[in-house]
Design a protein around this ligand. Structure first.
Ligand SMILES: *[C@@H]1O[C@H](CO)[C@@H](O)[C@H](O)[C@H]1NC(C)=O
Length: 332
């Protein structure tokens, strides 16, 4: 990551407010109007994902897509071109986001980023906001150092491919020399065992699974959400063909197997290990009746797994749209 990260605040209403910048370049982007505009575009970009902007690899080479916003959210494969219009040293980012069961593969067709003017490209395995990353460092099998690649200089058909561990990845860039830039493309290969997932749909349910692993997995939506648990299977051993006995939804999970449970909660930033837990549940329930309102900027459902069980939880997080539900006085 850059020594100083892109700093963003997460908007209360919907997606991502971008205060996106190094403090040095704050003035360039700091005014309210611009923030609002970037927010709206980010929202539109994420919503466009649902209405058919699905990943496809067959975009003709001649159609280079210009990167228009400092915070540019996309699920397209590109190629994307960015040529710096100024000598400004603002840090910006292309936020790649794809289906929950895919990862992001980034490769550079060419780049010309002068190192001697503090120019830099950084590919990050995850998304970063305000110095916090998703997935959290402790929820990721790789260290932050391994998840970050920085480089500068000049190259054509750079052979290195960067592959993310989940459906979100970030390319940050700082190009303080006018006319310099890069061309980058993305592919979105299948991920057979998704663990951490950034929600791309405001309606579709997603099933978090541990696949028998000792691992914590988080499903995150970047809006205040109504969390509905659709199916729950926590603490069942994987004996083939035997249907686990329904226990119903249980609440005193810490007394049973504290390391196998589902936490529902919210955070203000992207570090979901700082989750304010609103409810935690376990048990085996094919028809749970669980609904929680999470009036936080970020809504998260965490599946904690000890590795002794095959755990799964099917969840849908729909945006809370009614402002009255967000009123602290209403009790949520
Ligand atoms: C999962 O999260 C819990 C609680 O946050 C933590 O105690 C545990 O060590 C984590 N497990 C793994 C495998 O990271």
């Amino acid at each position: 990551m850059f020594s100083k990260s892109i700093s963003m605040s997460v908007s209360l209403l919907v997606v991502i407010v971008v205060g996106a910048t190094f403090h040095a370049a704050k003035a360039a982007i700091g005014n309210e109007h611009r923030q609002q505009q970037v927010t709206n575009e980010a929202v539109a970009n994420i919503l466009a994902y649902e209405t058919g902007g699905k990943a496809s690899f067959e975009i003709p080479r001649e159609h280079y897509r210009p990167v228009s916003d400092c915070m540019f959210v996309t699920s397209e494969s590109g190629p994307f071109s960015y040529i710096s219009p100024t000598d400004d040293d603002t840090v910006c980012g292309i936020y790649f986001l794809t289906d929950p069961d895919r990862v992001v593969e980034i490769h550079f067709d060419s780049f010309d980023i002068p190192c001697d003017h503090r120019g830099l490209l950084a590919v990050i395995d995850g998304w970063e906001l305000n110095g916090e990353v998703f997935p959290s460092e402790s929820d990721h099998s790789l260290s932050m150092k391994e998840r970050t690649s920085e480089f500068c200089g000049k190259n054509k058909w750079y052979r290195k491919t960067f592959t993310s561990s989940q459906n979100a990845a970030l390319l940050q860039y700082r190009i303080p020399v006018r006319g310099k830039g890069f061309v980058v493309s993305a592919r979105y290969p299948k991920n057979p065992r998704p663990c951490n997932v950034l929600s791309v749909s405001t309606t579709d349910p997603f099933t978090l699974r541990n696949y028998g692993r000792r691992i914590n997995c988080t499903f995150v939506a970047v809006y205040p959400g109504a969390v509905r648990i659709i199916a729950l299977g926590i603490g069942s051993s994987s004996s083939h063909g035997v249907h686990p006995t329904e226990t119903g939804t249980l609440r005193k999970c810490d007394a049973r197997s504290p390391r196998d449970q589902v936490q529902i909660g919210g955070t203000r930033g992207f570090d979901t290990t700082k989750l304010d837990v609103i409810d935690s549940i376990c048990g085996i329930d094919s028809k749970p009746d669980i609904k929680e309102l999470v009036a936080y900027d970020i809504t998260a459902v965490r599946l904690l797994s000890s590795g002794y069980y095959d755990n799964s939880v099917t969840v849908a997080i729909t945006p809370i749209v009614d402002d009255s539900l967000l009123d602290p006085a209403s009790g949520f």
